[in-house]
Design a protein around this ligand. Structure first.
Ligand SMILES: CC(C)(COP(=O)(O)OP(=O)(O)OC[C@H]1O[C@@H](n2cnc3c(N)ncnc32)[C@H](O)[C@@H]1OP(=O)(O)O)[C@@H](O)C(=O)NCCC(=O)NCCS
Length: 443
């Protein structure tokens, strides 16, 4: 039976000639053009990144290796007595594009278990930080502190060949990923549970051990598996994925690259929105002062936020133009497991009202909810009420996607990223030339 690494190598060898042919024979073929609006407006819609790991259709939402979210959940081997697949099976799937067998999955589970131990200096460093440091700062610092473990750096310094780059990157990525649930749980218990740490259970899988070290009983293990898989990858252009890719393109190792990506995820327009959703809801309930939420007072609160010049967290998206299927997957989980939860009911009420309000407001291109609008409700229900920790959960999940991508970036030898900038004067000149050309056309 081929191991994950052997299967991955075969896939890399199969894929390399495709990329080489495109670069050698078709490098000048245009795949888009860039407007002034795009140059100033965050490169929205500019086609300039390549990944085969996931693809985001504006109307259908994400597909991982060609599969929708429900197809992905259905295809992968499940943990016994659980409804959700092993994260380790998903890692295999993202890396190779193939669904692993039960036996192959268990081999990855064992491999992850053997790489799970977090170096003692990580705990020492976290304990030395101010206790009110944001958990995302701690998470990023913990990842960065482990950079000294990088095998890529060691091999690079020994003079490794370019076509070998993927191999220590894969090792670094697996070593780092296997530790992340324990690192996250350590931060959680350090900050919110008087540093009463729970040792890892060597028999458990990625999601199961995370729930165990957090101190949450079943079905939180399944919540964790679902959450990590849903948040893993959303193609390459989002801030956390793109940052990780960009930093890694300088051949910085995955510790440097992921830490940077996590810093991007910590922004309120990106991953931090899930904590902002909970904060918005709690403020809203406080204002109601015990009154029942109604569609009318929800509408009023949404308008108050918009009129104050703030965004409605959890709504809108740079690419999506319909309800995020990651939102729907979590909504279906809630319908099944917590249908009468008051917070879930309130989130549903917001879902009923907010798209209309945002449409009437007339600014956002997408008035529908994204993944962050729903995720906090589930965490809250199962007892994880410290919402400033929510983005760390997102970060553990996002690591799966970006680390798989970085491994492939190295396998295909993607170049150091270096887009070209222009000056405002250059844009003004191009714009006036375009006006002149238009005027000539009109004559
Ligand atoms: C996700 C997000 C950053 C995408 O930004 P974008 O691609 O620039 O979105 P749009 O093109 O639709 O933005 C056009 C305008 O609508 C506004 N807009 C977008 N989403 C909005 C929201 N949820 N509430 C209020 N206004 C919003 C933008 O701020 C922008 O206003 P401006 O012209 O004054 O700058 C944006 O929708 C947002 O801020 N959402 C809330 C935060 C969030 O949930 N983030 C998680 C994303 S997964």
């Amino acid at each position: 039976m081929a191991t994950l690494k052997e299967t991955l190598l075969a896939k890399i060898q199969e894929h390399r000639p495709r990329t080489q042919k495109l670069v050698k024979e078709h490098a000048d073929v245009k795949i888009g053009e860039v407007t002034i609006g795009q140059a100033i407006g965050g490169a929205r819609g500019v086609r300039m990144l390549v990944t085969d790991i996931s693809y985001l259709d504006p109307f259908e939402g994400i597909r991982f290796r060609g599969k929708t979210i429900p197809e992905t959940f259905a295809a992968l081997p499940k943990v016994p007595k659980s409804e959700y697949p092993y994260v380790e099976a998903f890692w295999w799937f993202l890396l190779t594009g193939e669904v692993p067998t039960e036996q192959q999955t268990l081999e990855v589970v064992t491999d992850f278990q053997s790489r799970r131990a977090v170096p003692a200096y990580v705990g020492d460093m976290l304990r030395a930080m101010a206790r009110d440091t944001h958990p995302m700062t701690m998470f990023s610092a913990a990842i960065l502190s482990m950079q000294r473990e990088s095998l890529f750096v060691k091999r690079y310094n020994e003079g490794m060949k370019k076509d070998e780059h993927w191999e220590p990157t894969y090792e670094d990525a697996t070593n780092l990923l296997a530790k992340l649930p324990s690192v996250a749980a350590m931060i959680y218990r350090l900050k919110y549970k008087d540093d009463k740490q729970i040792p890892a259970d060597p028999k458990l899988d990625f999601g199961g051990n995370f729930a165990h070290q957090m101190g949450f009983p079943k079905p939180y293990d399944d919540v964790a598996r679902m959450y990590f898989i849903l948040h893993s990858d959303h193609e390459s252009g989002n801030v956390s994925a793109h940052t990780t890719h960009l930093v890694a393109s300088a051949l910085s190792d995955v510790y440097y690259a992921l830490s940077a990506g996590i810093n991007g995820l910590a922004g309120p327009l990106h991953g931090l929105a899930n904590q902002e959703v909970l904060r918005w809801i709690m403020k809203f309930q406080e204002k109601l002062g015990g009154k029942e939420p109604t569609e009318e007072n929800v509408k009023q609160a949404l308008w108050d936020t918009l009129k104050a010049g703030q965004v409605i967290p959890g709504y809108g998206h740079a690419v999506l133009r319909k309800t995020d299927p990651r939102y729907i997957a979590q909504m279906e989980f809630c319908q099944k497991n917590l249908p009468n939860d008051p917070l879930f009911k309130l989130v549903n009420m917001i879902y009923k009202v907010a798209p209309g309000v945002l449409t009437e407001h007339g600014k956002t291109k997408n008035p529908w909810p994204n993944v962050d609008a729903q995720s906090g409700v589930i965490q809250w229900y199962y007892g994880l009420k410290e919402w400033d920790f929510y983005t760390v959960l997102f970060g553990v999940g996002r690591a799966i996607g970006v680390l798989a991508n970085t491994t492939w970036d190295r396998a295909l030898g993607y170049a150091i990223e270096r887009p070209k900038s222009v000056t405002t004067k250059m844009l003004e000149d191009v714009a006036s030339q375009a006006i002149k050309a238009d005027d000539l056309g009109a004559d």
